[in-house]
Design a binder for this molecule. Sequence first.
Ligand SMILES: [Zn+2]
Length: 75
Amino acid sequence: MKAKYWDESTRSYLPVKVPDGCTTYEVDKESMVTCPGCGRRVMYGNCFTSKRFYTSDGLWAFSVCPVCHGKECGR
Ligand SMILES: [Zn+2]
């Protein structure tokens, strides 16, 4: 699905595609979702709100796994 990626170095959005199964919100915290950063399947309840991956309209941030969240935070 279409998405956009915030590129910190150029401070602009780049169009990207994220795997099906990526989500911005799930009601059920135990549902399995796909991380747009690494493509792994993770439980929604363990996800963090991305600082990089946004829906193509820019309104919503995707949910990323703890590992990608750490990378986004520079860890
Ligand atoms: Zn990830």
